[in-house]
Design a binder for this molecule. Structure first.
Ligand SMILES: Nc1ncnc2c1ncn2[C@@H]1O[C@H](COP(=O)(O)OP(=O)(O)OP(=O)(O)O)[C@@H](O)[C@H]1O
Ligand SMILES: [Mg+2]
Length: 321
């Protein structure tokens, strides 16, 4: 059984003035126990899709099953078994209550017993070491600390599946890392399925077993981050010249005519060149540098998840040209 199965999902937002087709026949399957990432540009339909799966929003067409249950006919059962961490999490807590009081309040809404709540809180404390978040009023917590409470709220009633929409939006890298490791450790330890969106590529790469890329309301690619990156055929040599060195037209011309170098682009003080054979290109480029008395910092890289994103979502960029 899949944790999530979506077939031909369509969503049109209607207002008096206009209609927006946010989802245009989206298909997706997520396996149980996966941490699954959804990537896509602003407005691609990620939040719309997550809200439909979480029973917070109705779809226009198609079929969605969450934990084997139909989102329309069995929404009550689904709500008991999923967690939802929304993109606009500001309104997910009560500012004048402490972190613990907030969690206690939501535990009561889920009909959790005092014992179960206490056990759950202990579990959270084991995975998140900064315990002051539980004792301070939420209004006195930093953005990252507040978000930790919001994330815990999503896991509170021990759901099998958690939808997490941009969990580390606006957080500094250290706070984001803390949230990430909480989600990863907690989900993996408990065998939870997580379906998450993020605009932070490294976050998706670090956490997700598989990733779907949504573009204009449809899934355009699904695979492991590694396979998606391997599929983008990029080998890039980058040269950064020292401040005292200049790339003369003759120097650039000579590099550009190498067989192993496809083109040379000058960007922000870097010379970037897609190459066909990295070691051959490296040798030849270094030889030309020596001839021109240039001693650059040179690096080589293959595709990143950002390149994958650009390949599918920025139709102006043709990486494999
Ligand atoms: N309540 C709404 N009423 C009308 N249109 C909406 C509504 N919510 C979203 N949309 C539109 O639906 C499309 C998809 O929006 P959605 O919020 O799902 O995108 P997203 O992928 O989550 O974007 P982001 O990365 O910015 O969070 C957009 O064109 C958006 O303008
Ligand atoms: Mg969104």
């Amino acid at each position: 059984m899949y944790a999530l199965e979506a077939k031909g999902v369509k969503k049109t937002y209607k207002s008096r003035k206009k209609e927006t087709e946010a989802l245009k026949g989206l298909n997706l399957q997520v396996k149980e126990g996966e941490i699954f990432g959804i990537l896509g540009p602003n407005g691609a339909g990620k939040t719309t899709f997550i809200k439909i799966c979480s029973t917070l929003l109705g779809k226009t067409d198609g079929e969605v099953k969450v934990l084997g249950l139909d989102v329309v006919k069995e929404e009550k059962e689904i709500r008991k078994r999923i967690g939802y961490i929304g993109q606009d999490s500001e309104r997910s807590t009560y500012a004048r209550l402490t972190g613990k009081e907030n969690l206690e309040f939501f535990a009561a809404l889920y009909n959790m017993s005092k014992d179960d709540f206490a056990k759950q809180l202990e579990e959270f404390k084991k995975t998140y070491d900064n315990h002051e978040i539980f004792d301070k009023e939420v209004m006195r917590l930093s953005g990252g600390q507040k978000q930790a409470i919001v994330v815990m709220r999503g896991f509170l009633h021990n759901p099998d599946l958690v939808f997490a929409d941009e969990i580390s939006k606006g957080l500094d890298p250290i706070a984001a890392k803390k949230i990430r490791s909480f989600v990863k450790d907690y989900a993996k330890k408990k065998g939870k399925t997580i379906i998450m969106t993020s605009q932070i590529m490294s976050e998706i790469e670090e956490l997700c077993d598989r990733v779907a890329i949504i573009f204009e309301g449809k899934v355009v690619a699904v695979d492991t981050p590694q396979n998606l990156m391997d599929d983008v055929n990029i080998q890039l040599l980058e040269l950064r010249l020292r401040s005292t060195e200049t790339a003369t037209p003759e120097f650039l011309q000579e590099i550009a005519t190498l067989d192993s170098v496809k083109e040379v682009k000058q960007e922000n003080g870097y010379l970037r060149m897609p190459v066909s054979d990295s070691s051959q290109a490296f040798e030849s480029v270094m030889e030309i540098c020596r001839k021109y008395n240039i001693n650059p910092v040179i690096s080589y890289r293959t595709a990143t998840l950002e390149d994958v994103f650009l390949k599918y979502c920025d139709k102006k960029v043709d990486l494999e040209a």
